[in-house]
Design a protein around this ligand. Structure first.
Ligand SMILES: Nc1nc2c(ncn2[C@@H]2O[C@H](COP(=O)(O)OP(=O)(O)OP(=O)(O)O)[C@@H](O)[C@H]2O)c(=O)[nH]1
Length: 689
């Protein structure tokens, strides 16, 4: 230590030679200086420590911020992919479950989903742009009208290294890895609907392409707009194409990819004309200029691409596709993309715009924009989905559950349906529903009227009485009272009651039949099952027929009973009255005169009146007992017995539904499934929560 001190002193003394006083002070510093030195040391150490702490805090926070930025970027990327993937998945579900839009009978989700539609004149390069975006050669090409049906092209990004493949909705089990076969299938499928003619059809072809080299995107290729029909086409095709294209681009959720060839005057561009009409603010129009390589030497499209000639809200994108010669020489898409990049980078005119040109850039631009459109539309789509789910569930409730498959459940369903019908029928009889009162009308008015109108006046006229009595007397005229004559008169008069008795039965039968018919119609649960309706109607009518027979027998028996045994008391009173009030000699003299027969007629009339009163009360009792009560009690009993003996197939047949209704239920169920899966898909995208 002392050596070190000495050395220091030596080196120090080499530059600084303190005076003896100072030297002395250094060796023995004063107390104040010592304190100041220690304070200085303490201050320095505090400063260093604070700096270290401060620095470490700053660096940690800087790290956290960059982590967060990184995480946010990752989330944003994931969100973007998941949003477009979400719409792709919903679109696929739409396609699988038959929602292609345009169907007004069912709510449509397809039309609410954002998509990109490629629009342009014929041969403007629409299909070429699509192929460039996909990076694959798969669309039918040629001159004239090539695209004759809408092509819904869904691009699905897959993991790097995975093989590209395509799938058609109409061939769900088949994966196409050879893209020239995809082209052939598009051609064949187009011809299947349109025939080999040059006709067009609005029925879309759905194609999905899975590849690591695509961005998630849905593009719809449409027939090219044209002004003249080509040979073999009707004149109407021009208008048909425009109507079809309009039906797509008019939807506010549709982004329009308006394709115009650079070697054509922009003022005559069909795509720009149409997009200006349906999207006047240019908010959803993406202008694409193809065939830049075909422009005359010395000219360029800078005015358009830089947004001066026709400004749009989105930047114009220039594209160089493969020429027909390239296609014929089978120049592959990768080489074509590379050449396109080189074209822009090396172009003296467009070099400064190269970053925003080309099909790869266009794909990313569209994907990004589509994502932002989807983001803004999602709340509306969610409320549409929820609303449609409510509507469809209500309709399905109304249509009823699908029929069970096993025979036990089917039998149970049939019995439930029969009971539902029976309830309605009983309500008609008991007064919950109208109709039963008509039965009372029969007893209260029809029957008494009919009884009143029986032709007893004619039957019991003195002439007829004389005739009947005389016939009954035979060769020996009656001596005191014409017993046989009375009996014959009464018997034949009672016969008249048969008709009103039978009519009462028949009328009530008709009313009951009518009530069965109405009850079947009013049983909501039965509405879907026409076969069971017919079977219930047949079984009920058969039962009512049996009840009618029984009722007829009973009521006629009532009538017959009246003639089987006459009410003696009534007749016993008659001679007494004659005796009480009259002269017996006169009555004997009177016996063969008109007055005598009139008296007999009036006696029989009185008796018949009494019987009529009895039957007026008795017939309703018999009818209600045999028909109405039986109908209430056992209308379908026989049917139930038969049901128990039926085989599974016969039970299933009974539950055959109205085909229109079955179809409607299937459609609603499918659409409901679509909306529910769409809701699940949306729920699975976390940001929405
Ligand atoms: N040189 C060159 N040729 C192009 C370009 N774009 C398209 N073509 C050619 O133009 C022709 C028509 O292109 P398509 O992509 O079939 O046009 P389209 O609009 O889909 O045609 P339709 O479906 O029939 O209406 C083809 O021969 C293409 O090779 C381009 O940028 N440069």
């Amino acid at each position: 230590m002392s050596r070190h001190t000495t050395q220091t002193n030596i080196s120090f003394s080499r530059y600084f030679r303190p005076t003896p006083i100072i030297r002395k002070k250094i060796k023995n510093p004063p107390k104040k200086a010592k304190i100041a030195f220690y304070l200085l040391l303490y201050y320095l150490s505090v400063c260093v420590t604070s700096f270290i702490i401060f620095y470490s805090l700053i660096s940690r926070s800087r790290n956290t911020n960059s982590d967060r930025v990184f995480e946010e970027k990752e989330t944003e990327m994931a969100t973007m992919e998941s949003l477009i993937g979400l719409v792709n998945r919903i679109q696929r579900a739409c396609t699988v479950l038959g929602d292609h839009g345009g169907d007004t009978a069912l709510p449509t989700l397809w039309e609410a989903l954002p998509s990109v539609v490629v629009v342009g004149g014929q041969s403007s390069g629409k299909s070429s742009v699509l192929e460039s975006v996909v990076g694959r050669d798969f669309l039918p090409r040629g001159s004239g009208i090539v695209t004759r049906r809408p092509l819904v092209l869904q691009l699905h990004k897959t993991e790097p290294g995975k093989q590209d493949y395509a799938e058609f909705l109409h061939l769900p089990q088949k994966k196409f890895t050879n893209f020239s076969m995809v082209r052939k299938e598009i051609q064949d499928e187009t011809d299947r609907v349109t025939g080999k003619s040059k006709q067009i059809s609005p029925i879309p072809i759905h194609l999905s392409i899975h590849s690591p080299n695509v961005v998630n995107l849905t593009l719809i290729d449409l027939p090219g707009l044209t002004k003249v029909a080509v040979e073999g086409q009707p004149e109407s095709v021009v208008q048909e194409i425009e109507t079809m294209v309009r039906s797509y681009v008019e939807k506010p959720n549709c982004l329009i990819l308006a394709i115009t060839p650079a070697n054509q005057d922009l003022a005559t561009s069909d795509a720009i004309k149409l997009s200006r009409e349906v999207d006047p603010t240019g908010e959803r129009t993406f202008g694409v200029l193809t065939k830049l390589d075909l422009m005359d030497k010395g000219t360029n499209a800078l005015d358009i691409l830089e947004g001066r000639a026709y400004p749009l809200q989105r930047p114009w994108v220039g594209i160089v596709n493969r020429s027909q010669a390239d296609i014929n020489r089978n120049v592959d898409m990768i080489a074509a993309r590379r050449r396109e990049r080189e074209f822009f980078v090396t172009s003296p005119d467009y070099g400064h715009l190269a970053g925003g040109m080309g099909s790869e850039y266009l794909a990313k631009l569209l994907s990004r924009h589509l994502e932002s459109v989807i983001r803004t539309r999602i709340p509306g789509i969610i409320s549409l989905i929820n609303r449609s789910i409510d509507e469809l569930e209500a309709e399905l409730d109304h249509l009823g559950r699908p029929v069970a498959i096993d025979s036990g459940a089917q039998l149970y369903t049939i019995l439930e349906l029969c009971r539902a019908f029976d309830r309605v029928f009983q309500e008609h009889l008991d007064g919950g529903r109208p109709g039963g009162d008509r039965i009372y009308g029969v007893f209260d008015s029809h029957l008494p009227d009919a009884l009143r109108k029986l032709p007893f006046d004619r039957h019991l006229s003195p002439q007829n009485v004389r005739k009947v009595v005389s016939e009954a007397d035979g060769y020996q005229p009656h001596l005191i009272a014409p017993e046989q004559g009375y009996r014959r008169l009464i018997d034949s008069a009672l016969n008249y009651f048969r008709a009103p008795a039978e009519s009462s039965v028949d009328t009530v039968h008709r009313i009951l039949k009518e009530l069965v018919r109405r009850s079947i119609g009013e049983t909501q649960e039965l509405k879907r099952f026409p076969t069971l309706q017919a079977e219930i109607a047949a079984a009920s009518n058969e039962a009512l027929e049996r009840f009618r027979e029984d009722s007829k027998k009973t009521t006629l028996r009532l009538v017959d009973m009246e003639s089987s045994y006459l009410t003696v008391d009534f007749f016993r009173k008659l001679p007494q009255e004659v005796e009480r009030g009259g002269n017996p000699t006169a009555s004997t003299v009177d016996r063969y005169t008109e007055g005598h027969f009139r008296r007999i007629g009036s006696n029989v009339t009185l008796y018949i009146g009494m019987v009529a009163e009895t039957l007026r009360n008795g017939i309703p009792k018999a009818v209600v007992h045999c028909q109405v009560k039986e109908a209430k009690r056992s209308l379908l009993d026989h049917f139930y017995t038969q049901l128990g003996q039926k085989e599974a197939k016969q039970l299933a047949q009974l539950l055959d539904e109205d085909p229109r209704l079955m179809e409607r239920r299937q459609q609603c169920a499918k659409r409901l499934e679509l909306y529910k899966s769409a809701r699940d898909e949306i729920d699975s995208v976390t940001w929405i929560r």
